[in-house]
Write a protein that binds this ligand. Sequence first.
Ligand code: GLY
Length: 281
Amino acid sequence: MKLPVLIIHGGAGRHPGGERLALLKAHLARIARQVHPQLSAGMGAVEAVVEANRLLEDCPEFNAGTGSKLQCDGAARLSASLMDGPNERFAGVVNIEGTKNPILLAKALLGERDRTLCGEGARARALELGLEQADVRTPGSIARWEEGKTGTVGAVAVDLQGRIAAGTSTGGRGMERVGRVSDSCTVAGNFATAAAGVSCTGIGEDIVDGALAVRLVTAVDAGLSLEEAAAQLVTRMRGRGWKAGLIALDAHGLWAAIHTTETMYWHVVEPGGEVDGPEIN
Ligand code: GLY
C-alpha cells in the first residue's frame, strides 16, 4: 500500500484541441504537485481535497469559482460539496452567488448542523464566516457564455492514515435555467466512505440519474475491487448513454479515471510517480 495519493480532475467533454489541452493539463499538474507534498507531510484528506478544489476554483481556465460558466440570465451561481469518507459526513453549497471559493463554505458547513445550504442562505452564512466575496465572472467566462468550453473540477485524496475525502466544485452546465441544481452539490456527484471516494464531472442530470458516485462507492463497500466496480459502472454508463466522467480512489491508494465523454482531464500524484490523461495527440 503506497500512500498518500491525490487525484484531481478539471472536467470532461469534447476534446478541446492540443494547445488548450496542454494548458489544462499544465494547470492540473501544477495544482496536484502543490497539494500532494502537503499530504505527504501529514495533511489530512479533507484538508487536501479542500486545498486542491480551492486552487482549481481560483484558476479561470476551469468551470468552478473564478471563471465559472454563467447561467441563462448571465449570473454565476456556484455549487460545491465535500465528503469526509471515514465519518460519512457530507456538506454542500447550492447555487451561491458572490462567494469566491464555495469549497471553503462546504468545509465550514461540514462541522455544522445545517450542512447543505442554497442561494441566499448560503451567501448569508458565507458572509457571517467572513469568506472572501468576489464577482467570479471574468471577461473569458462572459465570452465563453454560450460556448461551454470549461469543466467542473474535483479532487479525491487518501492520506497517510488511509482516510479518504472527496470534493467537487462547479459553475454548473452553463446557460441553465435559474434554479437548476447541479450534481456537484449532491451525493450523486461527490461521495466517499472509508472504502472509496468519487468526484464526478459531465452532464449533471445524467450523473444524478445514475447516482454515479454513490453507485461506485457502494459497489466497493460491498466488496468489489475499485477496478471491477469502475469497469461495471462504465459499461452501465455507456448502455444508458450517460455523458459523464469520474475520478475515484480506494483506501489502498488504488485509483480509477473513467468517462463516456470524448475526453476527461485528470492528474494523479502517488508515491513514486504521476499519471495523467488524456494523451496530447
Ligand atoms: N456536472 C456539472 C453540472 O452539470 O452541473
